[in-house]
Design a protein around this ligand. Structure first.
Ligand SMILES: O=C(O)CCC(=O)C(=O)O
Length: 297
């Protein structure tokens, strides 16, 4: 979605864009606000990110497949603590319309395929709230992704399967139901060549998802650096191979209903106190200076 400069300056969507974005999130599963962070801000974020990222790669190496770093945590400080990033009013207004007023941020990290990375398995983020129950529940969390470089066809853009956030996992399990006997998380299944094998239930779901997804068209998310991609984490997606010569970093934040804990965030007291009230509200369950989150107090 291309916004008017005034919508960006005020961080306020027009009524039409708000309506369109709500529909996109409900029906398609994602919406992109093109190039909303200006180049100097993106440049600062990119430099701050690369410094941390290079240290992480040197210390830890790959953590999510060949040449891929997933869920690398970032400190909520310096340029990352910018309230326009941590609790952007335009994004929060939109998400409140979909999730209600009780939003909480429970994740800030990054995903980065490096040159030479490969396809990820198709997956959803987070847990199925009611595993095995054939219902699609209303949305309970959205992710905000911010590309720090342009996402092009050659540098490993995210690929998504629109509308799959509306599918429970159940139809996939149902597909081969007569072949399953479940016990202790193990399942006995018959392979395509007729060989019986015993695998974990989660592995079965995964294999079944890969087969099913390979027959459906995915969409590569191509967008400019500094865009905002808001997506329902239940929508199937995967990382694709980065065939360029540079890393392709993407920031990820998660905002959910307050009872849904996706991960955890820690904020320094000084950063928290300097934020506008609305951003503090989003981080009210965070651990402040490492103290126990108020959720558990
Ligand atoms: O970085 C990407 O393009 C996708 C990352 C992802 O979905 C993951 O690591 O779980």
């Amino acid at each position: 979605m291309k916004l008017d400069p005034k919508e960006i300056a005020d961080w306020k969507l027009s009524d039409q864009h708000l309506e369109d974005a709500i529909r996109e999130l409900r029906v398609t599963g994602y919406v992109i606000f093109e190039g909303v962070l200006d180049s100097p801000r993106v440049h600062k974020l990119h430099s701050a990110f690369m410094e941390i990222f290079e240290r992480y790669v040197a210390e830890i190496g790959d953590n999510r497949g060949k040449q891929r770093q997933g869920g690398v945590p970032l400190p909520i400080e310096g340029t990352f603590a910018d309230p326009d990033l941590m609790g952007n009013p335009m994004v929060i207004d939109l998400l409140e319309r979909l999730l209600g007023p009780d939003l909480v941020c429970s994740y800030f990290a990054s995903d980065t395929p490096m040159p030479g990375s490969e396809y990820q398995p198709v997956h959803r983020d987070g847990k199925d709230l009611f595993p095995g129950v054939p219902v699609t529940v209303p949305p309970y969390m959205y992710e905000l992704n911010v590309p720090l470089v342009d996402f092009r066809d050659d540098n490993g853009p995210l690929e998504v399967w629109p509308r799959t956030h509306l599918l429970s996992d159940f139809p996939l399990l149902e597909q081969k139901r007569d072949e399953l006997r479940v016990g202790n998380g193990q399942m006995n299944v018959t392979t395509e060549t007729g060989r019986p094998v015993s695998i974990l239930a989660s592995e079965f779901r995964d294999t079944s998802l890969q087969n099913f997804a390979s027959g459906l068209p995915g969409q590569r998310v191509l967008m400019r650096a500094g865009s905002f991609l808001v997506r329902d984490p239940r929508m199937w997606h995967r990382g694709t191979p980065n065939r360029s010569s540079a890393a392709r970093p993407m920031l990820s934040l998660a905002y959910g209903r307050s009872w849904y804990r996706f991960n955890a965030v820690t904020v320094q007291r000084a950063v928290y106190d300097a934020w506008p009230a609305r951003v503090r509200e989003l981080f009210r369950l965070a651990s402040i200076d490492g103290a126990l989150s108020r959720e558990f107090a």
